[in-house]
Design a protein around this ligand. Structure first.
Ligand code: ANZ
Length: 810
């Protein structure tokens, strides 16, 4: 190699820092807010997977800077979290010290990669200045009635000693376990804070519409919110004690009611007890116990064999007046709709499987040729009295009107989305900025007394009864406030609290972790200038949790008049994973983890960056290859040698006009579209073209353009090459090259010649040839002339640069 990457990289990193080239500017007409999903500073340090997304945003931020935009490209730390707390528990360390140490390591790693972050805007969600505002925002939610205490059935994880949100729980071998750590999870009722995200369900759905996001992520959010429009219909029943009980069902297919042949309640539904006949009691209770151990995910799994128990009672179908049996089954969830369904086995696959297993009647009410399975398609209604002959839309309208007129139900909109469980039984999180008075009332800690800090204790073990570790810190919990004896909330906020607004926090900083007042005019102005985020890159795993919560908070802050947009992330991109050389996901247990520090040492940061961007499309998951890495280094060396060993001319011999301008134009659109691997291919094409020329003859501005376009990918080496070309300024701040389009425009065009609409020939002519000239040339074509002989031309239609049409009569 002709260059020493470590010397060059150190030199330029120092210079950039001294000259503050990465600082956010605020004096241009256009802005670009380019954001990474900030890392959780784990003890393992930065991963080559982080490097992929972070390099892509860095390339984009650098490109926008060179295009003359004010660029905000910040980084910070998602610092609260369970792993730090668990590590602290294991080792007896304070999670706060441990996290700060990890952050230092991460920061150094990012700097060694040459990322152009404005480190003056660094934030840390676990810094009191930061979580002071997290607490302030929580108080705003509370004042709006969007935060409340509720008794909820939660996912309780005894080993971790905490409650987990639904998206933190997964099912492994039919058992609920925590996503982090694989610890068993059970359902338990607890009094918890919830944020009422369901109030924003419709807005969060509507907001998706105009976002430049991958369709898959939009779909995931749509499905998670899960809006469905249907009806509640009342079925009545006479209980074993001869009382009349109303059983409301939720259905999106009221039109199929003539095919409803039985009812099913969720096993935990409160009416189950009343509807159970004595002979069925034992079976019902046993089944309820088994159900308790199943996760919602497992219950929703349509491939699982159906189970259930007959309650012994019969309800009346309000349209057929038939008596139909009432069952319980775990495929009916208690917290969706009314927790009761009318089963239509002929048209719902779940009901079909259930009816088949328990030999319950099936009645087709929509015409189908194949009655061997549930028919879910469209068709004419049959066996349905006044609905016969109608299609789905028509019959939904007719039955809907009847249901409302006869007062046996009403239209109903349901959402799958649940309110956001916001309490965690952890030490290492934001304390709630509230207190409880002796008479059980809730009070808000004054803004001037925020933040409410964590106590300075080292004993942070959770108690086994579901209480937070903070409950053990007596003199912190029981305290005086404004002359009253009060109790603090001992739960803390979830990790996703800080990440729901951190992208706003960057706009409040001038110095690391110093934030201006959220409600100041200055803050408002900055929000107005910089929002929304123009590009947000991160992993697909955040498709629902983080991205939905952050959207929710921004919508609320917008409604409070604090921020200028409802939707924080205008453009979202999910980078693919970097797999191990063995094609498996990198993991300690496979022993296939690549450490970026090692690669920087052996090949240099520029090579690592270039290699990761060149591997393939940014959104693809591809295996690591050392051959690819070597090739990237070799190519950089080839570029460096070219600049170093040749002299360049200030006069243009024209040879490279086409290729240079073509490459400039292509790279520009490719970087804009994040097609970074093909952008690098274009750089390679240009370098090859340079090498084909007689040494010493190449036009200097073209070489300069090459170095400029290389600089977002390999900023250190490009900077070095820039000085070799005699420049003293920073290439990373130089203006991005513009293509001279006249050099790549086509000079001729093909014109189609038609006679009575039939193609009779084409002519190649200079662009913008005049109509008269075109007609003359066309008529000279032998084949055209042939078809025009003995014909009268009625009309000549000329569309310049495209087509000529003769209308003729014989
Ligand atoms: C009768 C029917 C006939 C249904 C048919 C579907 C097809 P979405 O779109 O997800 O909202 N359902 C209602 N509440 C339920 C619960 N708590 N647990 C499980 N399933 C429930 O689905 C609504 C449909 O899911 C409802 O419409 C109901 O079944 C079922 F041919 O009613 B349907």
């Amino acid at each position: 190699m002709e260059f020493s990457h470590s010397a060059i990289e150190k030199k330029w990193q120092k210079k950039w820092q001294e000259d503050k080239v990465n600082n956010t500017t605020n004096n241009k007409e256009q802005k670009a807010y380019v954001l990474d999903m900030f890392p959780y500073p784990s003890g393992a340090g930065l991963h080559v997977g982080h490097v992929k997304g972070y390099t892509a945003t860095d390339v984009y931020a650098r490109y926008k800077r060179m295009q003359g935009f004010d660029v905000l490209h910040p980084i910070g730390w998602d610092a609260f979290g369970l792993p730090a707390e668990q590590y602290a528990l294991k080792t007896g360390n304070d999670p706060r010290d441990f996290t700060l140490k990890n952050i230092d390591t991460f920061r150094q790693q990012l700097q060694r990669l040459g990322f152009s972050y404005d480190f003056d805007k660094e934030i840390n969600t676990a810094n009191p200045n930061f979580y002071k505002i997290t607490q302030q925002i929580f108080q705003e939610f509370y004042k709006l009635g969007l935060a409340e205490l509720r008794d909820v059935e939660v996912n309780w994880c005894p080993d971790l000693g905490t409650v987990l949100a639904n998206d933190e729980v997964i099912t492994v071998d039919g058992k609920m376990v925590s996503e982090r750590g694989n610890c068993p999870v059970v359902k338990k009722k607890m009094r918890q804070w919830v944020l009422k995200i369901t109030k924003y369900a419709d807005q969060l759905l509507a907001g998706l519409e105009d976002l430049d996001w991958p369709q898959s992520v939009k779909d995931l959010q749509k499905n998670w919110i899960g809006k469905s429009e249907g009806f509640i219909i009342d079925f009545s029943i006479t209980s074993p004690e001869k009382e009349t009980i109303n059983l409301p069902v939720f259905t999106t297919r009221a039109d199929t009611i003539f095919g409803a042949t039985y009812l099913v309640l969720a096993p935990e539904h409160p009416l189950v007890k009343q509807l159970t006949t004595p002979s069925q009691k034992k079976f019902v209770e046993d089944y309820q116990v088994v159900t308790k151990q199943k996760s919602d995910l497992e219950r929703k799994d349509e491939s699982k064999e159906k189970t259930g128990v007959f309650l012994g009672s019969y309800a009346v179908n309000p349209f057929t007046n038939e008596k139909i049996p009432v069952w319980i089954a775990d495929y009916v969830l208690n917290d969706y709709g009314t927790g009761i369904i009318m089963a239509v086995p002929a048209h719902d696959p779940r009901d079909w499987d259930f009816a088949t297993k328990f030999d319950l009647p099936k009645r087709f009410v929509i015409e189908t040729k194949d009655e061997s399975k549930a028919f879910v398609g469209e068709g004419k209604h049959i066996n349905s009295d006044f609905l016969n002959g109608l299609n789905r839309q028509e019959s939904l309208k007719v039955i809907g009107d009847k249901i409302e007129k006869q007062k046996i139900g009403k239209p109903q909109v349901n959402y799958k989305l649940r309110d956001w469980l916001f309490s965690r039984q952890r030490f290492y999180g934001e304390p709630f900025p509230i207190f409880y008075t002796n008479d059980g009332k809730i009070g808000l800690v004054d803004l001037t007394d925020l933040p409410v800090n964590l106590p300075d204790v080292s004993y942070i073990k959770p108690s086994n009864d579901g209480q937070s570790p903070l409950a053990n810190v007596n003199d912190w919990v029981n305290t005086q406030y404004n002359g009253q004896t009060v109790k603090r909330e001992t739960n803390t906020m979830p990790n996703s609290a800080g990440s729901s607004w951190y992208f706003l926090a960057y706009l409040l900083t001038n110095k690391p972790n110093e934030l201006i007042d959220l409600k100041s005019d200055e803050a408002k102005e900055r929000f107005k200038k910089w929002l929304p985020i123009d590009l947000y890159i991160g992993g697909q795993e955040h498709a629902v949790g983080h991205l939905l919560y952050a959207r929710f908070w921004t919508h609320v802050l917008y409604d409070l008049g604090l921020v200028s947009v409802k939707e924080p992330f205008q453009r979202l991109y999910n980078q693919g994973m970097i797999l191990g050389p063995d094609g498996r996901k990198m993991s300690k247990s496979w022993g296939n983890v690549i450490n970026p520090d090692d690669v920087i040492r052996s090949h240099g940061a520029d090579t690592l960056r270039l290699y990761e961007m060149f591997m393939g499309p940014l959104d693809a998951s591809l295996p690591w290859s050392y051959d690819g890495l070597d090739a990237a280094l070799k190519w950089l060396d080839r570029g460096y040698r070219f600049v170093k060993n040749q002299t360049f001319k200030d006069s243009n011999n024209g040879n490279l006009d086409y290729v240079y301008n073509d490459v400039v134009q292509k790279i520009t659109t490719m970087v804009e579209d994040l097609k970074l691997n093909t952008a690098i291919s274009q750089l390679m094409i240009l370098l090859n073209a340079f090498y084909k020329e007689e040494p010493g003859t190449i036009y200097r501005p073209y070489v300069e353009g090459f170095v400029k376009m290389l600089s977002p990918f390999a900023p250190h080496l490009a900077s070095e090459m820039w000085t070799l070309l005699g420049h003293e300024d920073h290439v990373v701040l130089a203006p991005w090259p513009k293509a001279d389009l006249t050099k790549i425009q086509r000079k001729t065009t093909a014109i189609a010649i038609q006679i009575n609409g039939k193609l009779r020939g084409t002519i190649e002519v200079p662009l913008n040839t005049e109509a008269n000239q075109l007609l003359k040339l066309a008529k000279e074509q032998p084949n055209v002339a042939k078809f025009l002989t003995n014909q009268t031309i009625v009309k000549e239609i000329v569309i310049p640069n495209k087509i000529i049409n003769f209308v003729v009569k014989g």
